[in-house]
Design a protein around this ligand. Structure first.
Ligand SMILES: NC(=O)c1ccc[n+]([C@@H]2O[C@H](COP(=O)([O-])OP(=O)(O)OC[C@H]3O[C@@H](n4cnc5c(N)ncnc54)[C@H](OP(=O)(O)O)[C@@H]3O)[C@@H](O)[C@H]2O)c1
Length: 274
């Protein structure tokens, strides 16, 4: 049986644990005996998470859209929490937009479309990759460390109203596989997992009739990581993946159909989770 990540007594950095799935995961990691490090932008929300258990929750205000921030976070961990043995790249934003319609007006002199795409790529893909690269030297000092990347069912079959978001999640899925291959060829004993997240009731996801509770999603994520799974399928994402393997056009239609069913063909532009 594959050895999984042992949360009991471990120190884990999870980005974006101030609300939604990350917050539920932070509470559950504490219950499993872990020390939790987290970063997010809102200092008030970080103080609330810290108050859960001031001795075992450590927070840093950081905007992961900034190019220097991932390295700053890794330096904070190395200096203050060198015991850290796990990284869960969870923070993300989602922009609902159609490439077939003009983007909202941006700042003077700015291409609003480029700015929108750059920000989403920065938070969802550049930051996790940079943070992973800067954290690996520290993590690799621990026996069997873990890096887990939270992707989405939309990395398998994309949502037409959020193609940048879906591309960042597919990129993160590919990076997880690439890093796992790197660890294998270098003979490193470490866990590299992709968490394929389902539709969960948080501020990030669009309104929908049936969404999974964040607690349930977090429990499935941590159970999967504790079991050492390479791909942790949350809710129905495993079925979506199986459909995509045999009939990709059908997987695309299922997801595009959900978008249509959600709002009768109209869509709500905007950024969620930001
Ligand atoms: N909810 C879903 O249906 C769903 C479906 C598939 C995949 N996922 C994935 O699951 C993960 C968690 O999503 P969620 O629904 O729990 O999101 P959420 O409720 O919107 O929470 C996002 C977290 O990320 C932080 N964050 C956002 N932008 C940030 C930035 N620039 N710098 C630092 N922190 C930032 C937020 O804190 P601040 O705003 O204070 O910075 C917050 O703590 C994401 O990777 C998401 O893509 C979610």
């Amino acid at each position: 049986m594959r050895q999984g990540f042992d949360f009991d007594g471990a120190t884990v950095l999870i980005t974006g644990a101030t609300r939604g799935i990350g917050r539920a995961a932070a509470e559950q990691m504490l219950a499993r005996g872990a020390t939790v490090l987290t970063v997010a932008r809102s200092e008030a929300a970080l103080a609330e998470v810290k108050a859960l258990d001031p001795g075992r929750v450590h927070v840093l205000a950081a905007d992961l859209a900034r190019p220097d921030m991932a390295q700053a976070v890794a330096r904070w961990v190395a200096a203050e929490h060198p015991d850290c043995a796990g990284l869960i790249n969870n923070a993300a934003i989602m922009t609902h937009t159609r490439f077939t319609t003009p983007a909202d007006r941006g700042l003077p002199g700015e291409d609003p479309r480029q700015a929108e795409i750059a920000r989403e790529v920065a938070v969802n893909l550049t930051a996790p990759l940079t943070l992973t690269a800067h954290m690996l030297p520290l993590l690799l000092r621990k026996p069997r460390p873990m890096v887990a990347n939270v992707t989405s069912g939309l990395a398998i079959a994309p949502l037409p109203d959020a193609v940048t978001y879906c591309a960042t999640k597919a990129g993160l899925a590919s990076a997880t596989r690439g890093l796992r291959s790197l660890a294998r060829i270098e003979g490193r004993d470490m866990q590299l997992s992709e968490v394929v997240m389902a539709l969960v009731d948080t501020g990030l996801s669009a309104p929908a009739p049936r969404k999974m509770a964040p607690d349930t999603a977090a429990r499935q994520m941590l159970d999967g990581l504790a079991a050492g799974r390479r791909r942790v399928f949350i809710g129905p994402t495993g079925v979506l993946s199986a459909i995509d393997r045999v009939w990709p056009a059908m997987a695309d239609r299922i997801i595009a159909g959900k978008a249509r069913g959600r709002d009768g063909g109209a869509y709500r532009p905007g950024v969620s989770g930001a």
